[in-house]
Structure formats: C-alpha cells, structure tokens
Design a protein around this ligand. Structure first.
Ligand SMILES: Cc1ncc(COP(=O)(O)O)c(C=O)c1O
Length: 421
C-alpha cells in the first residue's frame, strides 16, 4: 500500500492545485483588446456623453439583458453592492426581517445589515440547499424579503421558494453570485425572484477582478437601484428606452456602487465566454463524480436536477467518518497536492459557515450559535470542499481520484480493516 504524503510518502502531485488566486483563470486576447480599447478611449466613467449602449458598461448591460432574457441589467461594483441595492430599493425598515441561509458567504448577511434590516437565518437541507420547511417555521409578518443563495453553484428549489414568497408578499432576491449562467427547470437562476444578484470577482462566472450585476424585470425597482448606485442628476433615465418611472433622483442617497468602463469592457468579453466555461466545468464535473461515485465511502452532494449544478467545486462527505477523521482526510489530501477544506475545521476560519459570523451574534459563543441552526451544522460540518477551476485538465481530475483512493485505503488500514493492495 502507498504511504500518503501526510505520513512521509510521495505526494500524488508535486504541482500546486490550480486556483484563481494563483492566476488560473480564463482571460484571453479578446479581453485584452477590449480593455485596451476602453483605456484608449479615455472615457472610464460609465456615464459619459455617448448613448448608454455605446459605452462599454452599457454594452455589457445590454448583452446581459439578452443573455438572461430580462428587462434590465445594472452593472455595479460588486456582488455585495448588487444585493444591497436590491434590498435598499425595497424601502425596508429597521425591524424588517430578511431571511437567508446559514450556509453562504458572509457578504449575504452583510448586505442585509448595510440595508439597515435584520438578517434571519434559515437552515439548509441535507444537500446544503435553502430549506423551505425552515423558512415556513421562521416566517412572521416582520419578514419582508428572502435571499435564497445558490451556494457552491447548486440550485435551490426556486419554484417552491418563489411560490412561498408570492403567497406572503415577500420580495425575493436571488444570490446567484456562485451560480452565474446556471439554469433550474430550464430557466436562468436570478430570474425567478424580483432581483438576481451576481458577482464578477475573479473566482466567479465572469472575471473582472471585482464587479457585480443586478437583474430585474421591475421598472420601478430597477430605476431606484440605478439611482442608488450613483446614476445621479437624471443619468438613470439613460437606462430606459422611452418611458421611465416617475422618480426624482434627489429623493435618494447616492452610494456610488457604479461599474467603470474598463471593467465593463472586460465583463462584456467575459460574458461571451460564459457558455464555453460552463460547458467545460460541467464535463469536468461529470467525469469526476463518475469516478468518485465508484467508491461507496464517498457521498457526493446531490443537486435537484442533474444539470442544476455548476461544477466549479466538489462537495462531498465521508459518512462513516467522525469529524476528526474528516479533518485528517482533508489534511492528507492537501499533503497530496489537492486543495481541500472541511467546513467544520475548527482550526481554520471559514466565513461561509454561520457560526463564524461574529459580527452577527457578538453576544453568543460558538456553541450557542450552533444551536440556532442544528441541521445546518449537522449537514455542513463534515463536508469537504475542493475548488474546481475551469482550467483543470483530465490529469488534475485523475489526481483527485488517485489521492482520494490512496488516503482512504490508508485510513482503512489504520482502522485495522482488510484492504486490497
Ligand atoms: C454567495 C456569495 N454572496 C455574495 C458574495 C459577495 O460578492 P462580492 O465579493 O462580489 O461582493 C460572495 C462572494 O464570494 C458570495 O460567495
């Protein structure tokens, strides 16, 4: 039996695992050309003298409207800015509650705080998707909005959530930051709710370094969001063809969450590449899970539909293992050269798990926080998280399979079980 690298053996791969922060992203000559063109134009501020559709940000917005088949798209400075603008446009009051899952990046509850409302945490189910049964339990008349998050690129049941919200008059803002371009039941995520909020930070579907996109079909909510984002002194009207809602922009604060034309140029070019990126991620993911599912010890996160997962990360658990064993496994995989984290790792900070959100419950210690969403803790703690960059080759995917087999065999042997050599 091969000794794992964590015990002094030879690692499965000597090269570092490809991730966006090491430059493993898709950027090509067309991206370069358009950014240089925008730079040379000397028109970097998005609202210049030209009609909106001739500016780089405007072109991106028009192509996003076409892509998602929505009436309006607003390019902004980040995904957090997109969620915040959507929430502020709803005129929430201080005590109004906004429901969101306990498994999301800390930016989601942060946006609720920025908008001056109160985040209410909702459980995720055994597949780590938004649990509508818990939303039903948490619902009360103070709840005004809900933010389902398609976390790690897996669709939550948007039909059920939208129906629930519609019956109670709740606004729905989909956090599609980790699922740009993903469809559920044939419809793009981000178009089920009143708003869809995307990010274009480097690890996302379109990479502009930082950036965000807000989509909606609602004239008035869109106009308000555009004004709040910083389309002051009538600039917001350039987003409308002829008739626009009757609003006075001086009635609203200006948050300056605009996107600039350099990023707009890049975003336009990146959006064209999104279908090819999704195709590559999906074929890599299918290959990988086919290999890994051969091992009965591995339980891979299930998606609602076979296609309703992006495939830019691999989430799985080892149900027979304790948390300590899961931690050993993830440390061993990292020693093999595969980037792998366990959500329950107490030695590492991980702001995707709600119990790390000190800013939300400063008065509670971690064990008290965990009691707020026991199912989320139970389902999330032992789960492994491996990033799958779209630049991965088949050999990289085989490395995951080989390293996993190697470590599992060693762990079996260590438990005194018979293993095939
Ligand atoms: C689920 C989720 N929501 C919101 C955000 C915030 O996006 P941004 O970093 O563009 O503000 C992130 C960032 O990764 C995220 O993962």
């Amino acid at each position: 039996m091969m000794r794992p690298a964590i015990e002094g053996g030879v690692p499965t791969r000597p090269k570092p695992w490809p991730t966006y922060d090491k430059g493993d992203v898709i950027l090509d000559k067309e991206d370069e050309k358009l950014v240089v063109e925008a730079l040379k134009s000397k028109l970097l501020f998005r609202y210049d003298y030209r009609p909106l559709e001739q500016t780089h940000v405007g072109k991106f917005e028009k192509s996003a409207e076409k892509f998602f088949n929505v009436k309006y798209a607003l390019a902004v400075s980040s995904g957090t800015a997109a969620i915040t603008l959507a929430l502020i446009s709803l005129d929430l009051k201080q005590d109004d509650e906004v429901a969101l899952p306990g498994f999301t990046f800390a930016a989601t509850p942060s946006a609720v705080i920025l908008a001056g409302a109160k985040p209410v945490l909702v459980e995720v189910d055994e597949n780590l998707n938004f649990d509508i049964r818990d939303l039903e339990k948490k619902y009360n008349p103070k709840m005004k909005a809900v933010i389902p998050v398609h976390m790690r690129g897996s669709a939550s049941d948007m039909e059920a959530i939208a129906e629930f919200a519609y019956q109670r008059g709740l606004s729905v803002i989909e956090d599609v930051v980790q699922a740009m371009g993903l469809k559920y039941k044939g419809r793009y995520l981000g178009t089920y709710g009143h708003f869809g909020a995307f990010s274009m930070q480097s690890d996302k579907g379109c990479n502009t370094g930082e950036g965000g996109l807000l989509v909606t079909n609602d004239d008035r909510l869109f106009a308000k969001s555009a004004i709040l984002s910083g389309a002051y002194e009538g600039r917001w009207k350039s987003h409308f063809d002829s008739r626009h809602p009757d609003l006075d922009d001086r009635d609203y604060p200006v948050y300056s969450f605009r996107m600039d034309n350099l990023r707009g140029a890049l975003a336009y070019s990146q959006l064209k590449k999104l279908p090819a990126r999704l195709k590559k991620l999906s074929s890599n993911y299918s290959y990988l899970i086919k290999q890994l599912s051969k091992n009965p010890k591995i339980s891979i996160r299930k998606s609602l539909e076979q296609e309703s997962i992006i495939g830019d990360s691999l989430l799985f658990s080892l149900p027979e293992f304790t948390l300590d064993e899961a931690l050993y496994f993830s440390n061993a995989l990292r020693a093999e050269g595969i980037s792998c984290l366990v959500f329950g790792d107490t030695n590492r900070k991980n702001i995707r798990r709600f119990w790390d959100w000190n800013f939300l419950f400063p008065e509670l210690d971690v064990s008290e926080r965990k009691k707020l969403l026991p199912n989320t803790v139970k389902y999330l703690e032992n789960v492994m998280d491996i990033p799958l960059s779209p630049t991965l080759a088949k050999t990289d995917l085989d490395d995951i399979v080989l390293a996993t087999e190697k470590v599992l065999r060693y762990m079996d042997a260590r438990r005194g079980m018979v293993v095939k050599l």
